[in-house]
Write a protein that binds this ligand. Sequence first.
Ligand code: SIN
Length: 279
Amino acid sequence: MTSFTVTPLTEHTGAEVTGLDFREPVDADTGAALNEAFFEHHVLVMRDQHFSPDEFKAAVRLFGELQPHDKKEHHIPSHPDVSYVSNDEFVNGRRIIPGETFHTDHSNHPRPPKATTLFAVELPSSGGDTQYVNMHDAYDDLPQATKQKIDGLKAVHAYLSKYSPRPLGYLSEESRRNLPPPGVHPLVRTHPQNGRKALFLNPVRMESIVGMEDDEALALIDELMRHATQKKYEYRHKWRHGDWVLWDNRSVMHQANPDYDMNERRYLYRLMLKGEAPA
Ligand code: SIN
């Protein structure tokens, strides 16, 4: 096993991994230890990496199997299976900042991705942090009456909810045709590896709660979101060049910050890993 260091970044979420160059082969024991750290800390920050797109893909596969993005047309040149986030997309004259409000990725899928990962290629000189909130702790702290109310409830996650707080970027007709039917997922899911319950919320995609009037469902989602996005559940990642960040969509929600000079470019490679049906 190769020696490396895992240093927690907060008491509840996030750990920094140093001492490994992920362009080099990683043995099975080291891979297993990294996966354990991932389940425990939910967000891993691998510092000082230097990846080509293919090297990034190979490194990410240490944690699972790649899941294609819904926007098939949105990829880096010559690499159809490596997507990106950037601040230079406009729809109807409006700049789109991907991930600008708290959400979890691709929850419209029957088996949403277990993880998402970004590698910083270009960063603004300040700002553009990514915020993560711990949905295990948020669930644990709920009053017993709320837990009883929501345990067993299921929500319908469409590609873009009619109640979404923000628009999504351009989706081609072909990509739209290939979307799966809406996912129907529990509001509370149990993480298959760490065994902890977590809230599973996404206002961008949640369109209804099964068996509930929309007004009541929206009020409940709003109440749970206000609870889950409190600062005490947050790890805020300040990007550095060379950062490779991997997060567990079964444990955290995340959001991007549009608080930087938009004349500067923010550009990161982005991949997702296949997950399981939330249960
Ligand atoms: C995302 O939602 O995946 C984007 C996060 C970010 O750009 O910081």
